[in-house]
Ligand binder design. Sequence first.
Ligand SMILES: Cc1cc2nc3c(=O)[nH]c(=O)nc-3n(C[C@H](O)[C@H](O)[C@H](O)COP(=O)(O)OP(=O)(O)OC[C@H]3O[C@@H](n4cnc5c(N)ncnc54)[C@H](O)[C@@H]3O)c2cc1C
Length: 482
Amino acid sequence: MSLEEFENFDINAKRKELIAKYAPGLGFSADEIETLYDIVSTLNTILEKNKVREAARDWDHVGVHVKDGNVVLPDNFIKVVDEIVKENQLYSFFLPRDLDGLGFGNLFQGVISETIASHDIALQIMVLISLSVVEALVQYYKPNFEQTLHEFAEGKRLGYVAFTEPNAGSNLEAIKSTSELVGDEYVLNGTKIFISNGGYANTGLFLAQNMVNGKREGTNVFLVDKLDGITTLRVEEKSGLHVSPTSQIQFENVTVPKENIIADVGNGYRKVLERLMGMRIGVSFQGIAAAKRMYQVSLDYAQTREQFDQPIISFPIIRKKLSEMQKTIPRMEEYGYRAAFSLDRYNHGWIPTDVGAGGKPGPEKQAASMVPGAVRGGIAHHYVSSSKLYTSEIVNQMGYDAAQIFGGNGFIAEYEVNKLARDVRVLPVYEGTSEIHDAILTRAERAVQMIPTFKRLYETFPDSTVYERILFERFPEMKKII
Ligand SMILES: Cc1cc2nc3c(=O)[nH]c(=O)nc-3n(C[C@H](O)[C@H](O)[C@H](O)COP(=O)(O)OP(=O)(O)OC[C@H]3O[C@@H](n4cnc5c(N)ncnc54)[C@H](O)[C@@H]3O)c2cc1C
């Protein structure tokens, strides 16, 4: 690849193309797409005005700690969060139209996630996890959730998701936390670990066993909209994402009204698995944002760093690394946008592929009624898991190449490339490990086979990149879908 080809590569061209391709199929008008771009532009203004990329280096250094039971974050980090969430009321766009929102779903969440993560992934986590709670309240809507949704829209609430426990990570059904109905309230008890935003955010989802007469009868998920009875035991020291609180939190006789249950009594975890996949899209777009930054900073460095009296980009082996990155980034976007689109269509009750009727509620529902619910769900899972697995694994390989281009500086913490490589290490772990998504893909493949007109993603790319070849060796299931 020539120097010109690197310089002429428009890193955001694919994004525009994919939004234009998919947004109309979700019923969004040209004006609504324009609104999305306005939001992205406002976010970029806030992020640049606050010099978030530079500040993120300090945040990474200072990190987060617990003082007198409170989670303490850098002041200017909180200021940026407030500006996005309170002053600009970011979550209001994600409320359904009949609750005065704009009905934004995962396709637009992806773009917004990428925009913020491109400045700092930890900031994206702090801001966007709230949408997991909003997603749960919207997907399993009950009138008593309306007030909380409006408070999210007004920026009065920040979200967390408290599922993981010391002995229950990938296998969440092994949780020990309990919920017991006493009168009209559930009493919640248990200790959760690794909770992003835990102890800082005021509104969460809590997963617990459903205890009836001392026996377990399935699992429940609750909306917990206050901090009373919740203690932050510690925040973890991590190899990356230092300013994102990853907390151990204890729930001691926390009471919530029985109406705060999400979906059905005793069926919480299954319902969560079935529908709440938005943050997997968020992680895919963290990966896309990081991959683009890795490419940009490595390209700049390779053009300016000289060895043997020439810029290191003149060495074919360095150019090869950059060209593999450049070739792979649009593929990450193809998978990410396709997954978000498919999930949004599934959430609308439509067929989660482009086999539907083009974003028209009546005909879409009619078309979807011909396909069993399990098959529709399976297809959505297939796209979401393949995108999350592909992006999170590959961005780690890219992080290795990008840091290598920086030589010794790639190992020095103050360089953005070093921070990016450390931060993305967790992408293949949270929101379902790569191994778990590999297993989901095996199951979902059967669902995919049942719609013969289903357009396969791998038709798009006839060849493979070096990153994909490594991925196939490690996760053979992915080879079937690329
Ligand atoms: C920074 C960070 C933030 C997090 N944020 C949150 C949060 O906000 N809320 C929350 O609830 N949790 C959160 N988590 C927890 C995260 O979701 C879990 O760490 C993850 O699900 C894996 O669980 P585990 O760590 O217990 O690993 P384990 O489940 O013990 O897995 C260990 C290894 O075994 C593999 N494995 C497990 N089961 C299988 C299987 N069936 N087949 C093949 N391989 C398998 C895994 O893939 C992994 O490689 C966070 C974690 C981190 C590190």
